[in-house]
Write a protein that binds this ligand. Structure first.
Ligand code: FAD
Length: 303
């Protein structure tokens, strides 16, 4: 089996933040068998989808990364839709709409892939990936390939069992609702319109919401009340229209982002006594100052 592989792979251009250095070993599996073979060979590999929720250090990552973009098959049987982990959420939403199936419209609005969306339990516009989720094919070192049902996924706000147990998602299956394609398209359109008025477009590189909403509150509102909109650090800044977004407006670095996150977090802590938890994930380990910042920002050290 020959699996596409590159050493010292420059990842910056693939990330939604347009930030990130060299990855020591990058694998590009094209099938479930490839994916499992890589994970057996590289048990500590980090799996990445569309890299829209991960900040990668400019100092790079010394381990292995599996990029799932070539695992992109979709199958539709009646109301059941199954997608490999690398399928872009936007494409899945469009294919489902074309087949007259509703339930995944929210995916049209942001740049994740199915594996990352299941792992994060992505949600928007009142819908979540968990709503119509049936089961996923998964892999872990301990169990090999196995299936997890919706109940076994333990979905919560931006969480799933995959995060606690180091489980990789190979593919996911959804049970959707039959609906007139025009109506599904109209619902997708309204998700897009909402997004255009509330979030930065990707022409302004960003990583989505920086912090999770604390229980019963809104991270964006708390940050806004601290007056952080427009706050700059090196080449990055808090977006002027929504305080929970950092945009890479001027060729910023991963260090800039982490320093700005700390300022944002501390402003909220000081004013409201609330400790915001980052939603974005950090991948690095080769820069001392970044490690220090991560220890302050993240309860658990990120890989
Ligand atoms: C402009 C913008 C808007 C956004 N809006 C929203 C929003 O409205 N709602 C929302 O929920 N999110 C939003 N996001 C964040 C992001 O798109 C989601 O978190 C998405 O689910 C991440 O998917 P991804 O494929 O990019 O994952 P990545 O960023 O590549 O990875 C995210 C995490 O998932 C893990 N992972 C990825 N693939 C797999 C796999 N196959 N198996 C196991 N683990 C895996 C990674 O290791 C990492 O820990 C937004 C991002 C941007 C840039």
């Amino acid at each position: 089996m020959v699996i596409n592989f590159e050493e010292n792979f420059e990842i910056k251009k693939l990330t939604s933040f347009k930030i990130g250095g060299s990855i020591a070993r990058a694998y590009f599996p094209e099938s479930e068998d490839d994916f499992v073979a890589v994970l057996k060979q590289e048990p500590d590999a980090v799996v990445l989808g569309n890299i829209s929720n991960v900040l990668i250090s400019d100092s790079g990552y010394s381990g292995a990364v599996v990029l799932t973009s070539k695992m992109n098959k979709i199958e539709i049987n009646g109301t059941r839709v199954s997608a490999q982990c690398g399928v872009k959420g936007q494409k899945l939403a469009q294919e489902a709409a074309r087949a007259g199936l509703a339930g995944l419209e929210f995916m049209i609005g942001f740049p994740g892939a199915v594996g990352g969306e299941v792992y994060m339990n992505a949600s928007a516009n009142g819908q979540a990936i968990s709503d119509n989720f049936l089961k996923a094919r998964c892999y872990s070192r301990e169990r090999g390939v196995f299936e997890l049902t919706k109940e076994e996924m333990h979905f919560g706000y931006r969480t799933s069992v995959c995060q606690e147990k180091g489980i990789k998602v190979l593919s996911a299956e959804f049970e959707l609702e039959p609906m007139d394609a025009e109506k599904v398209n109209a619902r997708m359109q309204s998700c897009l319109e909402f997004r255009r008025s509330h979030q930065p477009l990707l022409s302004l590189p960003n990583c989505g919401s920086i912090f999770k909403n604390p229980p019963g509150n809104s991270a964006g509102k708390l940050l806004d009340e601290c007056g952080v909109k427009g706050l700059k650090q090196g080449g990055v800044e808090v977006w002027e229209n929504h305080a929970n977004f950092i945009v890479n407006s001027n060729g910023g670095s991963s260090l800039d982002v982490l320093e700005l996150m700390l300022k944002m977090r501390d402003a909220v802590k000081e004013k409201f006594g609330i400790n915001l938890e980052p939603e974005i994930i950090f991948l690095g380990g080769n820069n001392k100052r970044e490690d220090e910042l991560c220890k302050m920002l993240y309860q658990k050290m990120q890989k």
